[in-house]
Design a protein around this ligand. Sequence first.
Ligand code: PEP
Length: 241
Amino acid sequence: MRTPLVAANWKMNGSREFAEQFFAAFDMSGVGCQVVVCPPFPYLPLVADKVGSGVSVGAQNLSQEASGAYTGEVSAAMLLDWGVDYAIVGHSERRSLYGESSELVAQKFVAAQSAGLIPILCVGETLAERESGRTLEVIAAQLQAVTDVAEGDIWAHAVIAYEPVWAIGTGKTATPEQAQEVHRFIRERLGEAGAPVRILYGGSVKAGNAEALFAQADIDGALVGGASLDAEEFARICRAA
Ligand code: PEP
């Protein structure tokens, strides 16, 4: 019922040459899931030109504002102009390095969705929050911030990524059971609207651990950072979904 989705988050990595080489090496044969590639802003048009059928383009961030005197910002409408379909909002690096609150993330979610982009909403707990038994409380609050401001059937056109902060870029992956527990919790929190929502896992996903994660009932794909910079490994992750 839910088409699996695997998204590449290149973060602030790559170059024109890298993007050319990535798509020359990226082999979609045997890939049955939906694939989204999220490069840095300047490479969005290049990636939009490169992607073939079955691959969509995503941005890693966007402004909550529609237009105006916001130096350095990029609006949802501009992303649509570039052929972008998805936008990551609330990545833990944006939350921790750039001070993005759950309220701001919710505004970005609304800006993306109102313009016609599909937000990929990232939620996740820190190690301290997990160790103090607050994981589900933190996830619930991050979801609540969005439902407080977004209106209508918001989950029909959204993707959620559960990304435990302690697993991002650290080589430590949540066990499939740890991830499944949170994914199920998220789906249950969404109530009836939750059944069709794709909930991705993110945090040191690699070709070697993808299959076990994807075997869990509520894990519908992955948001992949480091391993998405290697076209062959990323294709292997996509094939596992
Ligand atoms: C991410 O950036 O969303 C991520 C999950 O990174 P990594 O796969 O490198 O842990």
